[in-house]
Write a protein that binds this ligand. Sequence first.
Ligand SMILES: Cc1ncc(COP(=O)(O)O)c(C=O)c1O
Length: 391
Amino acid sequence: MGVFLDTVPWSGIVRIRDMMFSVENPYRLDQGDVSFDAPESVKAAMARAVAENRTHYLQSTGLPRLRELLAEKMRRKNAIPVGDIDEVLVTNGGIHALYVMFQALLEPGDEVVLPDPVWPPTWGHTIAARATPVFVPLREEIGWRYDVDELRHAVTSKTRAIYLNSPHNPTGGILTRADIEAIADLARERNLWVFSDEAYEDVRFEGEHVSIGSLPGMYERTIPMFTMSKSYAITGVRVGYLSVKDEQVRDRAKKILLYTTSNVCSIAQYGGIGALEGPQDCIDQFTAELRARRDLFYDGIQRLGGIFSGAPPAGAFYAFVRIDPGWRGAAPHASASWAMAEHLIKHGRIGCVPGADFGAAGEGHVRFCFARERKELTGALESMSRLFSTV
Ligand SMILES: Cc1ncc(COP(=O)(O)O)c(C=O)c1O
């Protein structure tokens, strides 16, 4: 694994994050983190766990009470027919859930269909599992969704799995029920697995969230994965989870959990119990505020004289906008999106992620996270106005 890791790519998001540390008073629209405080239910549960000395080793798969609540949540909210709590595995955030599922299922040489653009760690996870990513573009003109025929054509005899991420990072596209049904048909026909990354299930401004694992016969071939990071604004607490019906794959996943974490932090898991046992109205409150921030941000960029364009996203909390092809960055640069990102960081103190970092189809775009405080968004917009001389 040692030398092989030299071939696994870093995410450009990390490069940007490092650049941002040298910027004074930055506008941090680069990271996918929400500015909301954690719900009281989570904070109280974690404080109680500390006070009650719940600081010892736990089951590698997670606290039984947490898994019970998660199984119930997936059955009720996602309509996934999760059976025994043994099927539920608690992970160190969603990124670890993805690592676990990719390692548990993939063999060297297997092909995995990924969207382009894609959240970069998924790409890294595919390569780390020694599998081959096969990119299928998401089409901006249809709301950053797949053209399902194109997806069908990308499947070969080597395809082991399709990775779905709806709502999608970075574009905010949401697959419709018809899309999900068509992808489920394809998976059944071609005997494929589906990795279903539902990290943004609660961050929706339009449309419904359909878990592919809820469709007839699909849970058997789907590994649904979720995280509490975005829904409860606890990105640093690190509670993610997945559910695996297949006993052999689950057994392998359990081994990965054991050898990578022993167990997820006990205090974090009690926080997760607090989140699920507590009131759920924070989810709607967060979404309402995110909608207002999305509208504020898009209103602002529309006043920039066409430097950025694109429709507001249906879900997630990113503005993935097209850069005016006529814009010429300060320095000649092979990549317009890197040129723009560097320009915004160096001259506007605005963090953003170049679209090229998300794959070939992302070039010509930049991603801004609008889950930041309104005053941070307003400050960034004012800085852009000065930069592009529209005031
Ligand atoms: C598409 C997607 N999946 C999974 C995750 C993982 O979330 P976390 O590890 O913070 O729980 C993220 C985080 O940004 C994401 O954007």
